[in-house]
Every structure is written in C-alpha cells, then in structure tokens.
Design a protein around this ligand. Structure first.
Ligand code: PLP
Length: 491
C-alpha cells in the first residue's frame, strides 16, 4: 500500500507552493483510495499497545521542512497500524461513523476554502448554504415546517449530538428561568434511564443538578407514566420541572421513547421537549420510519447526526429548534468587533448566536456534496439496505436456539445475547472480535451483557453480513460447553 516514492519530490518543497500542493493532493487522494480498497485485507481493530504509536514518533517536532513523501510514508508506517478502521466493511461497533467520497471531497473543499462562518458577514455563502441545506432536510425528513430558517425556528450544524443537546439544554434552562424566575438548582430534567450519557453530561454542564432517570418498559423505552409521576413528585418537593429529553433511538438498543405522549406531558407542564435522534434521525429520510415522529410538531428542539448514518464525515450534527428566539437569547453575544450592518439589519442569520463556539467551519459543504452525489433516493436506498440486512440478521438470530434477541430492531442495530448466560455471551463476542474480520460492541443493561451489531459502515455489503453470521454460527457450533446459567434476559 506504500506510495511509490519516485512519484513524489525528494526534497521538501516550499510549503506554500501551489504546484507541490496539487501533486501532493493527488498523491494523498491515491493513498486514501488504496487505503479504502485494501481495508478488508486488514484486521478491523487497532493492533497496538498503549504508547506504541508515540514511541514511533520523534521526541521533538521537525526543525527543518520535510518532503510530503516522508509524511505519507509515516501515514502507512505509524498511523495506519494504530487505527481502528471505522470504514472497514466488517465494522459493526458502536454506531457507524459514515464517510463517503462526496463527503471527503466536501471536507477538502471546506479546508481549501478555509473560510470561517461565525456570522453571515464573514462568509455569506457558508451561512446561507447551511440554512438552505437544513431547510431541505426538514422537507426530506417530513419534519415540522416551523423548523425552517424561513419560519420561526431553524437548523444549525454543530460538532456533535452532545453539543447539540448541551446547547438545547442551555436554551431550555434560560427559557425556564425567564418564565418562572427559578434558579437552575431548582429545575429538574427528565430523560430515559437508557438516554445517552450526553444528556446527563449536557445537563451537568448547563448547571442542572437534578436529572431524573425514567424507568423503561420491556422494550427499553421510557414510559409517559414514569415521566408524569416524576414531575408530580418534584412539584410536591417545590421544584421546577424544566426539560424532558426523549430518545428517538437509544444508544443501547435504539428504543424509541413515546415522543407524542412526552410532548403532551411536556406541554401540560410547560417543559421544554428536546428529542435526541442522534443515530436514528437519518432514517427519517424514508417515509416508513416516520411513525416514530408522531407528535414531533410539539418538540422544542431535535438533534440528529448525519455523521453517523447519512454518509457524511464527522463532524456534522444537526440541531433544529422550533423557535430560534430562546436559543439566540441564550447563545447571543455582541462584542464591538463583531458589529456589522448585516447583523444590525436583522435580516441575516449569525450562526455564532446558535452554538457555543464563535469560529465555525464550513460543515454544510460536505452535507451538500453528499445530498447532491447520492440524491435523496440514494440516501433512502442506503438506509433501506442497512435496515433490511438488520431484519435478515434478526430473523437468523430468532431462528437460532442458542441466541436471544434482547430488543426489537426498528432500525439497523441488532442487539442479542447467548441463551446460556452472560459468560457464553461474552465468549461469543470475544470470538467474533478476535477474528479480526469484524468488530461488534458488548454493552450491558442491568448488568446483563449483550452484543450490539450496528450495520451501517459505508462499505459493508450483504456479503459481509453473511460472513459475520457464518463466524457466529461457527463459534456456536464449536464452543466448549460452558456451565449453563439461566438466560438473564428471560428472567
Ligand atoms: N445521542 C445518542 C442517542 C447517541 O447514540 C450518541 C452517540 O452515539 C450521542 C447522542 C452523542 O453523539 P456525538 O458523539 O455526536 O456527541
């Protein structure tokens, strides 16, 4: 996979020489293509011990310029072996971090342009493309028209769902303070016991000290009864219920909280309703998944990550709000060096008032490239392929006497365990991961381990799923007898 050194200049070029940039850029694209094409011949996981990568790096930064050929050679020698290969077709771990050629080119274009979009005036096209693409997505995903920047709300691209949720929680906190005069210490936040850790972290960072974890049902979705009860209890304590976060696709099992019912409870109690659809939100591009959006028109804010499952590179998370005023009030700041006529006119969006960081990259470019390269139908096809393969894997698991699917498969995550108990489940995961051909995640609920197979890496094919299934079957056919425990998922 090494790049032929004769193609590259032996001596370092002037680092600002554009002709050298052109040559090196071509060489780098060639390197990326080879990396991706060769991936399946390498183990999925990183094969290094802690400190091994650093040990290969010089103790001090280079004093003199080095040729790009040396940098590329070190990409091969030092960096590649120290990576877990998220784009490997056998990648089934956590959730996917999708990438695609169009997205990579969008990143490159953004880097090449090197613009900074803290406000409309600092790069009008950056701001307007961002608003426009996110308005397109509102239509493509059947979301409320009110969320468009041409209406009362609007969308912004942030670095991740954690940031999006933090920003929403800050807006919600300030909104509650204005409405009730309460201090954040008196306010309460509600989220499923299966909510992503970013909800608790965001709440903590936003100053909330009272985060209530709601009980879940047999499918790991939080229940409206648990929410209503928790609110009632807190009111009796003289506290101020402020925010509820619904999960549209939990990280553990992609459970979907009852968004419509949560919305009704939120409305009745004047709560801000934030929806975390970080992973599953991408599926809303297909109409058949929109049953999960029932009641979404009452939500105050909603986040999803194109960088998980919409063929777009990290980082790219969408935050939509139904009303941008509370968000802009919470995030807005007006130092004199940022004053300009466009901002004063009130006719432009200044995205610095929608997120935490002031400086912001041209994230919309890669999303725009992706939408144009795939077309909506291409993206729908991708989601449908992944969910179809997840259904097929689920059916295979359901038919196998020694496997137990622990949760429904509404999207493309399949969660299952060994019926012989936790030790057998862990041994199965170990067998799959130590093959080097696949990587799955082991998680647990209430101390019970299970395997998560998240389908959605860009280059995965149905054939890879067949091979994964063959690997699972092979282990089950040859596994040594383990002391049989009760199936913890059936208790
Ligand atoms: N919310 C959910 C449901 C997630 O699954 C994740 C990550 O997997 C996040 C939030 C955090 O996303 P990010 O890594 O973009 O901050």
């Amino acid at each position: 996979m090494a790049i032929a050194p004769q193609l590259l200049p032996e001596t370092p070029a002037d680092p600002l020489d554009l002709e050298a940039f052109r040559r090196n850029g071509h060489a780098l694209v060639d390197w990326i293509v080879r990396y991706l094409a060769d991936l399946s011949r390498h183990p999925v996981g990183a094969a290094v011990a802690p400190g091994e990568v650093r040990a290969e790096l010089p103790a001090a930064a280079p004093e003199a310029p080095e040729p790009f050929s040396a940098v590329l050679a070190d990409l091969d020698r030092v960096i590649r072996p120290g990576l877990a290969h998220w784009q490997h077709p056998g990648w089934f771990a956590w959730f996917p971090a999708m990438s695609s050629p169009a997205s990579v080119l969008g990143e490159l274009a953004a880097a090449g342009l090197g613009v900074q979009g803290m406000m409309w005036a600092t790069s009008p096209a950056l701001t307007e493309l961002e608003s426009h693409v996110l308005d397109w997505l509102v239509d493509l995903m059947g979301l409320p028209q009110r969320w468009k920047t041409t209406s009362a709300g609007g969308g912004v691209l942030t670095s991740g769902a954690s940031t999006s949720t933090l920003v929403a929680l800050i807006a919600a906190r300030d909104h509650c303070r204005r409405r009730t005069g309460a201090d954040v210490e008196q306010m309460t936040v509600y989220a499923s016991g299966q909510a992503h850790s970013s909800v608790e972290k965001g709440a903590r960072l936003a100053g909330f000290t009272r985060v209530r974890s709601l009980a879940v049902d047999q499918h790991f979705a939080a229940t409206p009864e648990a929410l209503t009860e928790a609110i009632k209890r807190d009111r009796l304590l003289g506290l101020v219920p402020a925010v509820v976060v619904s999960a549209l696709g939990t990280t553990g099992t992609t459970a979907v909280d009852p968004i419509g019912e949560f919305g009704r409870v939120a409305d009745a109690n004047h709560l801000w309703h934030h929806v975390d659809a970080a992973y599953a939100g991408s599926a809303m591009i297909c109409e058949e998944f929109r049953v999960h959006l029932d009641g979404i028109d009452r939500a105050h804010s909603y986040t999803f990550n194109p960088h998980k499952w919409l063929a777009t590179n990290l980082d790219c998370s969408v935050l939509w709000v139904a009303d941008r005023t509370p968000l802009n009030r919470a995030m807005g700041i007006e130092p004199p060096y940022l004053h300009n006529d466009a901002s004063r006119s009130g006719h432009v969006i200044d995205y610095r008032n929608w997120d935490i960081s002031l400086g912001r990259p041209f994230r919309a470019l890669k999303l725009w490239f992706v939408l144009r390269a795939f077309g909506a139908e291409g993206l729908r096809g991708l989601i449908r392929r992944h969910t179809q393969w997840a259904t097929e894997l689920s059916e295979r698991i359901d038919r196998h006497p020694r496997l137990h699917r622990i949760a429904p498969t509404p999207f493309a995550l399949v969660s299952f365990a060994h019926t012989a108990g936790s030790a057998a489940t862990l041994a199965l995961a170990q067998a799959v991961n130590s093959s080097g051909r696949f990587l799955v995640t082991v998680s647990e609920i209430d101390g019970r381990p299970y395997l998560r197979v998240a389908i959605g890496a860009t280059w995965t094919t149905r054939h890879d799923l067949d091979r994964l299934w063959a690997c699972i079957q092979e282990h089950l056919a040859t596994e040594p007898p383990t002391p049989r425990e009760e199936n913890p998922w059936e208790q």
